[in-house]
Design a protein around this ligand. Sequence first.
Ligand code: ZN
Ligand code: ZN
Length: 106
Amino acid sequence: MDELQCPACGETEELVGTTKNDLIEVTCQLCDQKWERDPNAVPGCDRCGGSDMEGAIKAIVEKSRGSQLSIVATQVVYLCKVCDEKVLASYRVGRSPLMPDQLPTD
Ligand SMILES: [Zn+2]
Ligand SMILES: [Zn+2]
């Protein structure tokens, strides 16, 4: 992961990093997304072992009244450009948060 990119909007220029303990907290000046980066541990793919990862926003959903699912928070996840190629391709189009693999059930 050589190029820093905002996982939420894809911005690569307007990013500001501040050091926080051993981590770098990066803030995107365009959309206000914040995420942390560990300069010593580049996230790698646990399936193919590759290190060509791309950040994305994943939704944390909760079931509210009725059967409506609502997004209560988001987290930054790293997807493998090889293994998650299809997911990333559709994510880049709209950049709406990815849904969790498992949705809460009753
Ligand atoms: Zn952004
Ligand atoms: Zn992979």
